[in-house]
Design a protein. Sequence first.
Length: 356
Amino acid sequence: MNHGEPAGPRPRPPGLPTAARRRAVSVDPAGLVSSGPFADGQPAPSVLRPRAPLDLAEWIKVSRDQVERLLLAHGAVLLRGFGVSSADQFERVARAFTDDLLNYVEGSSPRTMLTEKVYTSTEYPPEFPISMHNELSYAHKWPGKLFFFCASPPESGGETPIADGRRLLERLPGPVAERFCRLGVRYVRTMHAGHGPGLSWPTVFETADRDAVEEYCKAGGIEFTWLDGGWLRTSQVRPAAIRHPGTGERVWFNQADQWHPSNLGAELDQAITATAGGAELPLNAEYGDGTPIDPADLAAVRAAAADAAVAFPWEAGDVLVIDNTMTLHGRHPFTGSRRVLVSMGAPVYLDQVEQA
Protein backbone atom coordinates (compact mmCIF):
# COMPACT_ATOMS: atom_id res chain seq x y z
CA MET A 1 0.00 0.00 0.00
CA ASN A 2 1.21 3.48 -0.70
CA HIS A 3 -0.75 5.15 2.12
CA GLY A 4 -1.86 7.91 -0.19
CA GLU A 5 1.61 8.92 -1.36
CA PRO A 6 1.66 10.11 -4.97
CA ALA A 7 3.03 7.67 -7.51
CA GLY A 8 6.25 8.44 -9.38
CA PRO A 9 9.56 9.88 -8.28
CA ARG A 10 9.85 11.67 -4.98
CA PRO A 11 10.19 15.44 -5.11
CA ARG A 12 13.71 16.75 -4.53
CA PRO A 13 14.35 18.38 -1.18
CA PRO A 14 14.80 22.16 -1.36
CA GLY A 15 18.33 23.24 -2.28
CA LEU A 16 19.39 19.99 -3.96
CA PRO A 17 20.89 20.65 -7.42
CA THR A 18 18.89 19.55 -10.42
CA ALA A 19 21.59 17.03 -11.36
CA ALA A 20 23.39 15.60 -8.31
CA ARG A 21 26.30 14.33 -10.36
CA ARG A 22 29.99 14.23 -9.39
CA ARG A 23 31.89 17.20 -10.63
CA ALA A 24 35.44 16.93 -11.93
CA VAL A 25 37.67 18.78 -9.50
CA SER A 26 40.34 20.86 -11.16
CA VAL A 27 43.66 20.36 -9.38
CA ASP A 28 46.83 22.17 -10.34
CA PRO A 29 49.33 19.35 -11.08
CA ALA A 30 52.12 21.51 -9.69
CA GLY A 31 50.42 21.42 -6.31
CA LEU A 32 50.67 17.65 -6.14
CA VAL A 33 54.45 17.74 -5.65
CA SER A 34 56.96 19.70 -3.65
CA SER A 35 60.11 21.05 -5.27
CA GLY A 36 63.38 22.45 -4.06
CA PRO A 37 67.17 22.05 -4.11
CA PHE A 38 68.68 18.78 -2.97
CA ALA A 39 70.74 20.64 -0.38
CA ASP A 40 71.47 24.23 0.57
CA GLY A 41 74.02 25.70 -1.77
CA GLN A 42 73.76 22.75 -4.18
CA PRO A 43 72.01 23.95 -7.36
CA ALA A 44 71.60 20.49 -8.88
CA PRO A 45 69.72 18.34 -8.93
CA SER A 46 66.38 20.02 -8.34
CA VAL A 47 64.23 17.56 -6.36
CA LEU A 48 60.53 16.81 -6.81
CA ARG A 49 58.61 14.75 -4.23
CA PRO A 50 54.91 13.76 -4.25
CA ARG A 51 52.63 15.19 -1.56
CA ALA A 52 50.39 12.12 -1.92
CA PRO A 53 50.62 8.87 -3.91
CA LEU A 54 50.34 9.45 -7.65
CA ASP A 55 51.29 7.83 -10.94
CA LEU A 56 54.54 9.50 -11.98
CA ALA A 57 54.16 8.84 -15.71
CA GLU A 58 50.64 10.29 -15.74
CA TRP A 59 51.72 13.31 -13.69
CA ILE A 60 54.60 14.02 -16.08
CA LYS A 61 52.24 14.02 -19.06
CA VAL A 62 50.40 17.03 -17.63
CA SER A 63 53.39 18.61 -15.85
CA ARG A 64 56.17 18.18 -18.37
CA ASP A 65 56.60 21.92 -18.92
CA GLN A 66 57.28 22.42 -15.21
CA VAL A 67 59.96 19.72 -15.20
CA GLU A 68 61.46 21.01 -18.46
CA ARG A 69 61.89 24.48 -16.94
CA LEU A 70 63.68 23.01 -13.94
CA LEU A 71 65.84 20.91 -16.24
CA LEU A 72 66.96 23.92 -18.27
CA ALA A 73 67.72 25.89 -15.12
CA HIS A 74 69.51 23.17 -13.11
CA GLY A 75 70.59 20.55 -15.67
CA ALA A 76 69.16 17.65 -13.63
CA VAL A 77 65.92 16.80 -11.81
CA LEU A 78 65.59 14.07 -9.18
CA LEU A 79 62.13 12.49 -8.88
CA ARG A 80 62.06 10.88 -5.44
CA GLY A 81 59.36 8.98 -3.57
CA PHE A 82 57.05 8.25 -6.50
CA GLY A 83 57.12 4.47 -6.05
CA VAL A 84 58.67 3.46 -9.36
CA SER A 85 59.66 -0.17 -8.88
CA SER A 86 60.29 -1.92 -12.21
CA ALA A 87 61.97 -1.47 -15.58
CA ASP A 88 58.58 -1.35 -17.30
CA GLN A 89 57.34 1.42 -15.00
CA PHE A 90 60.58 3.28 -15.56
CA GLU A 91 60.18 3.03 -19.34
CA ARG A 92 56.65 4.49 -19.01
CA VAL A 93 58.15 7.45 -17.14
CA ALA A 94 60.79 7.99 -19.83
CA ARG A 95 58.15 7.77 -22.57
CA ALA A 96 56.05 10.37 -20.74
CA PHE A 97 58.93 12.80 -21.30
CA THR A 98 59.54 11.93 -24.94
CA ASP A 99 58.11 9.65 -27.62
CA ASP A 100 61.57 9.41 -29.17
CA LEU A 101 63.59 7.01 -27.01
CA LEU A 102 66.90 5.85 -28.44
CA ASN A 103 68.92 2.67 -28.64
CA TYR A 104 72.52 2.70 -27.46
CA VAL A 105 73.98 2.67 -30.98
CA GLU A 106 77.65 3.73 -31.11
CA GLY A 107 77.97 3.30 -27.35
CA SER A 108 81.36 2.86 -25.78
CA SER A 109 80.58 0.94 -22.58
CA PRO A 110 79.20 -2.55 -21.84
CA ARG A 111 75.47 -2.68 -21.07
CA THR A 112 72.61 -5.17 -21.18
CA MET A 113 69.29 -4.37 -22.88
CA LEU A 114 66.42 -5.15 -20.49
CA THR A 115 63.40 -3.83 -22.39
CA GLU A 116 63.11 -2.27 -25.82
CA LYS A 117 64.51 1.04 -24.55
CA VAL A 118 65.92 0.31 -21.08
CA TYR A 119 69.51 -0.77 -20.41
CA THR A 120 71.63 -1.52 -17.41
CA SER A 121 74.03 1.27 -16.54
CA THR A 122 77.67 0.71 -17.47
CA GLU A 123 78.77 -2.72 -16.30
CA TYR A 124 82.27 -1.93 -15.06
CA PRO A 125 83.60 -3.60 -11.89
CA PRO A 126 82.37 -1.82 -8.76
CA GLU A 127 85.81 -0.86 -7.51
CA PHE A 128 86.44 1.39 -10.53
CA PRO A 129 85.02 4.90 -10.93
CA ILE A 130 83.51 6.04 -14.21
CA SER A 131 84.78 9.46 -15.26
CA MET A 132 82.54 12.43 -15.92
CA HIS A 133 81.15 12.59 -19.46
CA ASN A 134 78.22 13.55 -21.68
CA GLU A 135 76.66 10.42 -23.13
CA LEU A 136 77.47 9.85 -26.84
CA SER A 137 78.98 13.33 -27.21
CA TYR A 138 81.24 11.89 -29.94
CA ALA A 139 78.25 10.81 -32.07
CA HIS A 140 76.41 12.85 -34.70
CA LYS A 141 73.18 12.22 -32.76
CA TRP A 142 73.02 12.05 -28.99
CA PRO A 143 70.27 11.86 -26.36
CA GLY A 144 69.14 15.27 -25.18
CA LYS A 145 67.83 13.57 -22.05
CA LEU A 146 69.12 10.71 -19.93
CA PHE A 147 66.90 8.87 -17.48
CA PHE A 148 68.33 6.88 -14.56
CA PHE A 149 66.32 4.59 -12.28
CA CYS A 150 67.64 3.18 -9.02
CA ALA A 151 66.09 -0.26 -8.66
CA SER A 152 68.46 -1.20 -5.82
CA PRO A 153 71.00 1.10 -4.13
CA PRO A 154 74.42 -0.26 -3.13
CA GLU A 155 75.58 -0.78 0.42
CA SER A 156 77.95 2.16 0.11
CA GLY A 157 79.12 4.55 -2.58
CA GLY A 158 77.85 4.12 -6.11
CA GLU A 159 76.61 7.70 -6.48
CA THR A 160 76.09 9.13 -9.96
CA PRO A 161 77.91 12.48 -9.71
CA ILE A 162 76.79 15.23 -12.07
CA ALA A 163 78.58 18.36 -13.25
CA ASP A 164 77.31 21.43 -15.08
CA GLY A 165 79.13 21.75 -18.43
CA ARG A 166 78.81 25.54 -18.25
CA ARG A 167 80.63 25.65 -14.93
CA LEU A 168 83.26 23.14 -16.07
CA LEU A 169 84.15 25.32 -19.06
CA GLU A 170 84.44 28.37 -16.80
CA ARG A 171 86.80 26.48 -14.46
CA LEU A 172 89.21 25.38 -17.21
CA PRO A 173 92.45 27.36 -17.58
CA GLY A 174 92.07 29.72 -20.54
CA PRO A 175 94.82 28.20 -22.73
CA VAL A 176 93.42 24.67 -22.24
CA ALA A 177 89.88 25.71 -23.13
CA GLU A 178 91.16 27.64 -26.14
CA ARG A 179 93.11 24.65 -27.50
CA PHE A 180 90.21 22.26 -27.18
CA CYS A 181 87.65 24.68 -28.59
CA ARG A 182 89.88 25.62 -31.52
CA LEU A 183 91.02 22.10 -32.46
CA GLY A 184 88.13 19.92 -31.36
CA VAL A 185 88.57 16.22 -30.57
CA ARG A 186 89.29 13.28 -32.85
CA TYR A 187 87.86 10.01 -31.52
CA VAL A 188 89.59 6.88 -32.81
CA ARG A 189 88.14 3.45 -32.15
CA THR A 190 89.28 -0.06 -33.08
CA MET A 191 86.62 -2.75 -32.75
CA HIS A 192 86.97 -6.52 -33.03
CA ALA A 193 84.44 -8.80 -34.69
CA GLY A 194 83.71 -10.93 -31.65
CA HIS A 195 86.90 -11.58 -29.68
CA GLY A 196 89.35 -8.97 -28.46
CA PRO A 197 89.73 -5.95 -26.16
CA GLY A 198 86.88 -3.51 -25.85
CA LEU A 199 83.53 -3.84 -27.57
CA SER A 200 82.90 -5.58 -30.88
CA TRP A 201 81.54 -3.55 -33.78
CA PRO A 202 78.29 -5.62 -33.90
CA THR A 203 77.76 -4.65 -30.26
CA VAL A 204 78.59 -0.99 -30.83
CA PHE A 205 76.30 -0.62 -33.83
CA GLU A 206 73.69 -3.17 -32.67
CA THR A 207 73.88 -4.96 -36.01
CA ALA A 208 76.13 -7.50 -37.75
CA ASP A 209 75.25 -6.04 -41.18
CA ARG A 210 78.37 -4.38 -42.61
CA ASP A 211 76.34 -2.39 -45.12
CA ALA A 212 74.19 -0.95 -42.34
CA VAL A 213 77.31 0.01 -40.39
CA GLU A 214 78.81 1.73 -43.42
CA GLU A 215 75.59 3.67 -44.05
CA TYR A 216 75.55 4.79 -40.43
CA CYS A 217 79.16 5.95 -40.65
CA LYS A 218 78.58 7.86 -43.88
CA ALA A 219 75.52 9.58 -42.41
CA GLY A 220 77.48 10.53 -39.31
CA GLY A 221 80.63 11.80 -40.98
CA ILE A 222 82.65 8.89 -39.58
CA GLU A 223 85.70 7.63 -41.44
CA PHE A 224 85.90 3.84 -41.40
CA THR A 225 88.33 1.12 -42.45
CA TRP A 226 87.77 -2.63 -42.38
CA LEU A 227 90.85 -4.42 -41.05
CA ASP A 228 92.11 -8.00 -41.18
CA GLY A 229 90.07 -10.49 -39.22
CA GLY A 230 86.86 -8.54 -39.69
CA TRP A 231 87.95 -5.75 -37.34
CA LEU A 232 86.78 -2.15 -37.88
CA ARG A 233 88.52 1.15 -37.21
CA THR A 234 86.57 4.41 -37.12
CA SER A 235 87.57 8.04 -36.70
CA GLN A 236 85.49 11.19 -36.26
CA VAL A 237 86.20 14.81 -35.34
CA ARG A 238 83.74 16.54 -33.04
CA PRO A 239 83.60 19.88 -31.18
CA ALA A 240 84.92 20.13 -27.64
CA ALA A 241 82.29 22.72 -26.71
CA ILE A 242 78.95 23.70 -28.22
CA ARG A 243 76.12 26.13 -27.56
CA HIS A 244 73.21 24.57 -25.74
CA PRO A 245 70.26 24.38 -28.16
CA GLY A 246 67.80 25.52 -25.48
CA THR A 247 69.70 28.33 -23.78
CA GLY A 248 72.44 29.35 -26.23
CA GLU A 249 75.03 29.07 -23.45
CA ARG A 250 78.48 27.62 -24.07
CA VAL A 251 78.86 24.14 -22.58
CA TRP A 252 81.75 21.70 -22.40
CA PHE A 253 80.61 18.71 -24.46
CA ASN A 254 83.07 15.93 -25.26
CA GLN A 255 84.62 12.73 -23.93
CA ALA A 256 88.28 13.36 -24.67
CA ASP A 257 89.51 12.57 -21.17
CA GLN A 258 87.37 9.43 -20.95
CA TRP A 259 88.53 8.00 -24.30
CA HIS A 260 92.18 8.85 -23.74
CA PRO A 261 94.22 5.90 -22.37
CA SER A 262 95.39 8.06 -19.48
CA ASN A 263 91.88 7.64 -18.08
CA LEU A 264 92.86 4.08 -17.16
CA GLY A 265 95.55 5.23 -14.75
CA ALA A 266 99.28 5.56 -15.24
CA GLU A 267 100.28 1.89 -14.85
CA LEU A 268 97.55 0.48 -17.08
CA ASP A 269 98.05 3.26 -19.61
CA GLN A 270 101.77 2.46 -19.91
CA ALA A 271 101.13 -1.29 -20.13
CA ILE A 272 98.52 -0.96 -22.88
CA THR A 273 100.53 1.59 -24.84
CA ALA A 274 103.66 -0.59 -24.64
CA THR A 275 101.72 -3.66 -25.78
CA ALA A 276 99.70 -2.08 -28.56
CA GLY A 277 101.97 0.78 -29.50
CA GLY A 278 98.90 2.99 -29.44
CA ALA A 279 97.84 1.64 -32.83
CA GLU A 280 95.16 -0.85 -31.78
CA LEU A 281 93.75 0.75 -28.67
CA PRO A 282 90.01 0.10 -28.44
CA LEU A 283 89.48 3.81 -27.70
CA ASN A 284 91.72 6.81 -28.14
CA ALA A 285 91.33 10.57 -28.34
CA GLU A 286 93.49 13.19 -30.06
CA TYR A 287 93.12 16.85 -30.83
CA GLY A 288 91.01 17.35 -33.92
CA ASP A 289 94.07 17.90 -36.12
CA GLY A 290 95.45 14.49 -35.15
CA THR A 291 98.12 15.70 -32.72
CA PRO A 292 98.37 14.02 -29.30
CA ILE A 293 96.52 15.65 -26.43
CA ASP A 294 98.85 16.97 -23.75
CA PRO A 295 98.25 14.89 -20.58
CA ALA A 296 98.42 18.13 -18.58
CA ASP A 297 95.41 19.42 -20.52
CA LEU A 298 93.47 16.26 -19.66
CA ALA A 299 94.47 16.60 -16.02
CA ALA A 300 93.06 20.13 -16.07
CA VAL A 301 89.79 18.85 -17.55
CA ARG A 302 89.46 16.18 -14.86
CA ALA A 303 90.22 18.70 -12.11
CA ALA A 304 87.60 21.12 -13.45
CA ALA A 305 85.03 18.32 -13.68
CA ALA A 306 85.73 17.23 -10.11
CA ASP A 307 85.44 20.82 -8.90
CA ALA A 308 82.07 21.27 -10.63
CA ALA A 309 80.65 17.89 -9.60
CA VAL A 310 77.95 17.25 -7.00
CA ALA A 311 76.60 13.88 -5.82
CA PHE A 312 73.79 12.39 -3.75
CA PRO A 313 73.16 8.88 -2.38
CA TRP A 314 70.68 6.80 -4.36
CA GLU A 315 67.40 5.61 -2.83
CA ALA A 316 65.30 2.76 -4.23
CA GLY A 317 62.74 4.13 -6.68
CA ASP A 318 64.68 7.30 -7.54
CA VAL A 319 64.41 8.56 -11.11
CA LEU A 320 67.03 11.08 -12.21
CA VAL A 321 66.49 13.09 -15.40
CA ILE A 322 69.57 14.74 -16.90
CA ASP A 323 69.91 17.31 -19.65
CA ASN A 324 72.70 15.39 -21.35
CA THR A 325 73.89 18.34 -23.45
CA MET A 326 74.31 20.54 -20.37
CA THR A 327 75.25 18.03 -17.67
CA LEU A 328 78.02 15.46 -17.35
CA HIS A 329 77.66 12.34 -15.21
CA GLY A 330 79.86 9.55 -13.89
CA ARG A 331 79.88 6.84 -11.22
CA HIS A 332 81.62 6.45 -7.88
CA PRO A 333 82.99 3.06 -6.77
CA PHE A 334 80.64 1.05 -4.60
CA THR A 335 80.20 -2.01 -2.44
CA GLY A 336 77.27 -4.42 -2.41
CA SER A 337 74.69 -4.96 -5.12
CA ARG A 338 73.87 -1.84 -7.14
CA ARG A 339 71.21 -1.86 -9.85
CA VAL A 340 70.72 1.39 -11.73
CA LEU A 341 68.98 1.33 -15.09
CA VAL A 342 69.14 3.88 -17.89
CA SER A 343 67.05 5.03 -20.80
CA MET A 344 67.80 7.83 -23.25
CA GLY A 345 65.85 9.97 -25.68
CA ALA A 346 64.93 13.37 -27.16
CA PRO A 347 67.78 13.27 -29.71
CA VAL A 348 69.91 16.28 -30.56
CA TYR A 349 71.73 16.38 -33.90
CA LEU A 350 75.21 17.74 -34.46
CA ASP A 351 74.14 19.80 -37.48
CA GLN A 352 71.52 21.54 -35.31
CA VAL A 353 73.95 22.99 -32.78
CA GLU A 354 76.59 25.68 -32.97
CA GLN A 355 80.22 24.91 -32.17
CA ALA A 356 81.56 27.07 -29.36
